[in-house]
Design a protein around this ligand. Structure first.
Ligand code: LLP
Length: 384
């Protein structure tokens, strides 16, 4: 819900733009930090969700580490000032250059996703006379019950090392003198709203930790990844229930006193703190359909086209108007039929020039924008 003051302010900014509510962001970060502190859990922010510099600054200042999936993210995390001892680096396809750069930065840990990758990191570390800390990303075959495009922890997914390869993995680890095994890593998917999924994950984590320890490996770090979902249908109910989330891990993980539990949250930390604000270019009333054509499209917000994702759509200019409502397909200007933000969306009768908000766009919004159709960079505005 935006105040009249916000809406007046928006009228002076060139659309489309991502609007960041930095107060809400800080409140969300504080809620997460407090809830994690109760159990002494460590949180790394999954930078891929949003690497807007103002957002990163707040996350760093809250004391979280950084979860990176590319050399670019590792570089950015260090530049912004994240503690290098809290930088982790995952990804199924780390290039030699990315590994070398991360070795030079002495990051906390590589989350390794294949046996071959273990050999490569070992070799590259040897050339630099360094030891690389590694955690093994295991594919636990746990169904995240989320959209299939953002499921990562099933046997058919490309991520992590499968359980049937773990014996080979353990052998390789023993042979790699430049690697220091520190623990195990998991990430089963994103936008997980059924917390029971995490109970199943905990059961698997306990089994895998025991498996490694039985073979003489000291498992210091249990990294359970991220994935906590947000409520896209109720963007004003803004702060996710971090307490309930962390409690599950406290209740179901078997954690010894010398072990640390790590998390990699992205969406839950940033998702609700931003909306994409757009202007209505045209209204087309047809026989079968009414269309609202916005000046934002899939080039600014890719999620609906890519994952059929829902983002609540609000007409800010008509906020509070309840007497008329029309069903519209809300679309962008891009030459693709999938450039559609919502079908049959009920909105107050809408006119050219009205401001439209696409809510809950803080995660995987601005970062996934593209220049397709030679579109310009999307603008950005902040609440403070
Ligand atoms: N850790 C790893 C290894 C990951 O791959 C991801 C996300 C995360 C943590 C953070 O997950 P989160 O807490 O944000 O769910 N573009 C998609 C989401 C892709 C997620 C990729 N990995 C979307 O817009 O829904």
């Amino acid at each position: 819900m935006f105040s009249n003051k916000d809406i007046t302010h928006f009228a002076n900014i060139e659309t489309p733009f991502y609007y960041y509510d930095l107060t809400l962001l800080q409140n969300t970060l504080n809620a997460c930090a407090q809830a994690a502190k109760v159990y002494n859990f460590h949180v790394h922010y999954a930078m891929k969700a949003n690497f807007n510099p103002m957002v990163l600054e707040k996350i760093k200042s809250t004391g979280f580490g950084a979860d990176c999936v590319s050399g670019g993210e590792v570089k950015k995390a260090i530049e912004i000032g994240f503690d290098r001892n809290k930088v982790v680096f995952a990804g199924v396809g780390k290039s030699d250059k990315e590994i070398n750069d991360a070795l030079d930065q002495d990051i906390f840990c590589f989350n390794v996703e294949s046996i071959q990758e273990l050999g490569v990191i070992n070799e590259l570390a040897a050339k630099r006379a360094k030891k690389a800390r590694v955690a093994i990303r295991i594919n636990p075959n746990v169904d995240a019950h989320t959209h299939h495009n953002i499921t990562t922890g099933l046997d058919e997914n490309k991520f992590g090392i499968n359980s049937w390869d773990l014996s080979d993995c353990a052998e390789t680890l023993k042979q790699c003198a430049q690697l220091e095994f520190i623990g195990i890593h998991f990430h089963i998917g994103s936008q997980i709203t059924n917390l029971d999924v995490y109970k199943n994950l905990c059961v698997r984590v306990n089994e895998f930790a025991a498996w490694f320890e039985e073979r003489g490996f000291l498992v210091k770090v249990l990294n359970v990844g991220g994935g906590l979902g947000i409520d896209y249908h109720n963007p004003d109910q803004q702060i996710p229930d971090f307490e309930a989330y962390f409690k599950i891990f406290n209740d179901f993980l078997e954690v010894r006193s010398n072990q640390e539990v790590h998390f990699e949250l992205g969406r839950a930390l940033v998702g609700q703190s931003s909306s994409l604000i757009s202007k209505v270019l045209y209204v087309k009333n047809g026989k079968k359909k009414n269309f609202i054509i916005l000046d934002a499209g899939m080039t600014e917000l890719m999620r609906p086209a890519l994952y059929q994702a829902y983002h609540k759509i609000e007409n800010l200019t008509r906020q509070g108007v309840t007497d008329t409502s029309v069903k519209y397909d809300v679309v962008g200007p891009i030459c693709e039929s999938t450039d559609c933000f919502g079908k049959e969306v009920e909105l107050p009768e809408t006119s050219r020039g009205d401001l439209i908000a696409l809510r809950s766009t803080g995660a995987y919004g601005e970062v996934m924008a593209s220049h397709y159709n030679l579109r310009e960079n999307v603008n950005v505005a902040y609440s403070e």
